[in-house]
Design a protein. Structure first.
Length: 113
């Protein structure tokens, strides 16, 4: 009977240690998902903002055809170009930052295991 009790205690101790390890790993995975999700949301927001800014500044095709006929504004076109370039530059910077961080995490992951 005592042999069965000791075996049961050993198995319970192993189960507890496995449970602790699993909960730690799940916690790490949750943290990684949270970080990646926030980065993806940030990049998506920058891209969406860039697109909205572009569509706001460029207007519809009908509008631009009318402006072309009327001559359009050189200053307005220049401002649109600079605003679009700035928005795309910010989006590019965020994407490069995200990709470098992702690469850094992938290089660190094999050494941790």
């Amino acid at each position: 009977m005592s042999r069965e009790k000791s075996k049961k205690e050993v198995l319970l101790a192993q189960a507890e240690s496995y449970e602790k390890e699993l909960s730690e790993e799940v916690g790490e995975i949750k943290q990684q998902i949270k970080e990646k999700g926030s980065q993806v949301l940030l990049i998506g927001g920058v891209l969406l903002g860039s697109y909205l800014l572009y569509s706001l500044l460029s207007g519809s095709e009908k509008k631009s055809k009318v402006e072309d006929k009327e001559g359009g504004s050189f200053i307005g076109g220049a401002i649109k170009s600079y605003a679009i370039a700035l928005a795309l530059s910010l989006a590019k910077d965020k994407l490069v930052e995200f990709l470098s961080q992702l690469e850094e995490n992938n290089q660190q992951a094999p050494t941790e295991k």
